[in-house]
Design a protein around this ligand. Structure first.
Ligand SMILES: [Zn+2]
Length: 378
């Protein structure tokens, strides 16, 4: 039995709910015996429940399968730039609870793992569930994660290099733990939250301290050969632009990251100084000339990046989100118009803004952790 088959059967029941084994075989094109074995495995693991409902042509109604909505949960964590966010999801991706904690500076991996453990304990208590109901834990980290999603290879933000993060957490939590990069998880979260079709190809652009990008193809995160794909924040969009942290000039990140935007305002403004994007939002609404100019410029840079990515990948959707979210409503019209001016006319790509905002990475991490766990079942 292929591990992919178990996941496919799980996803089919997740989408349809109350479905017979025969119907699953029809939809997935798997043989009835494979469907039977996968179903058995998922029943043993408490992912599924059997119900006898609905019509039957005489005799007892047929046995249908449904997702166990009461006893199976996944926790998703985002280790962000200033906060740790945690969400509790049931197996149909409904958010049952969430919490947030300030991230202290110069945290050690061990202290971070303790913080995560405490947040999960809190979630479990608040939701009145038991620790045994948590199936697996996903963690979104600001950095590059190993191909097996167990090690954090490099995080400039946390100033960590090669940390055995998943094993450290597994030791404390006694649950399987999987790691991923924030941009991948935000894209994955938006794909699920927007309930896009399995044929959708979704490209996510996350704008915060840096610019990250992720891609979901055929319901899966595209990772490249060793997990370093889609570093589009370091694609050059202005060759004579400012120097980027990567050593090149005019990367999208060097032109359009939030620290750059705030720095530009403070450099050019004679009177006012700002600390964050919300203050810039207020100035824009008060028609502050410089704020309007800089936000329009930001929208233009994001449209260039989006058009380049649309021309290269031909995605069905591009979704923009991250800490830039408070000012996205001010820019989206300009981004869309400018995007359409630049993208090839053969390209049919819909531009959207993130619906989950600050919870998106944690939400994506929880779904990823369940899918990774099921992939391990053979
Ligand atoms: Zn760069």
């Amino acid at each position: 039995m292929e591990p992919d088959n178990v996941l496919e059967v799980f996803k089919t029941v997740q989408k349809k709910s109350l479905i017979s084994r025969t119907e699953i075989a029809k939809i997935t094109k798997l043989s009835p015996s494979t469907v039977g074995r996968c179903t058995q495995r998922l029943l043993e693991k408490n992912f599924f429940v059997e119900k006898r409902v609905g019509k039957s042509s005489g005799g007892r109604p047929p046995i249908l399968l449904d997702i166990n909505r009461e006893n199976g949960f996944s926790v998703g964590i985002e280790v962000g730039e200033s906060h740790i966010d945690a969400v509790l999801l049931n197996l149909v991706n409904e958010m049952k609870d969430s919490n947030s904690k300030r991230l202290s500076n110069h945290l050690s991996p061990n202290a971070l793992a303790d913080d995560i453990k405490n947040m999960i304990d809190e979630l479990v208590n608040k939701a009145h569930i038991s620790q045994e109901d948590i199936i697996s834990v996903g963690v979104g980290l600001p950095g590059i994660v190993s191909a097996d999603q167990k090690r954090l290879l490099l995080s400039p933000n946390l100033k960590w290099k090669d940390v055995d993060m998943a094993r450290l957490l597994e030791g404390k939590l006694n649950k399987p733990v999987f790691l991923d990069n924030g941009a991948n998880l935000m894209t994955f979260a938006e794909y699920h939250y927007n309930k896009l079709s399995s044929n959708a190809m979704v490209l996510g652009i996350i704008v915060g301290r840096g610019i990250g990008t992720g891609l979901v193809v055929k319901e899966s995160i595209f990772r490249g050969v060793n997990g370093a794909a889609l570093e589009a924040g370091h694609s050059v969009i202005k060759t004579d632009g400012p120097l980027c942290s990567c050593g090149r000039r005019g990367c999208a990140e060097a032109l359009a990251s939030l620290p750059r935007l705030i720095e530009s305002y403070n450099k050019q403004s004679k009177s006012k100084k700002i600390d964050n994007v919300r203050e810039l939002n207020e100035l824009f609404l008060k028609k502050d000339k410089l704020a309007v100019e800089l936000i329009n410029e930001e929208a233009f840079y994001l449209s260039v990046l989006s058009a380049n990515l649309a021309n290269i990948f031909n995605p069905s959707h591009i979704i923009i989100g991250g800490e830039i979210s408070p000012i996205l409503p001010l820019m989206i019209k300009t981004i869309k118009t400018s995007f359409l001016d630049q993208v090839l006319t053969t390209n049919r790509c819909e531009l959207l803004t993130s619906q989950l905002n600050e919870k998106s990475i944690a939400y994506g991490a929880a779904i990823m952790a369940i899918e990774k766990e099921i992939e391990g079942y053979i």
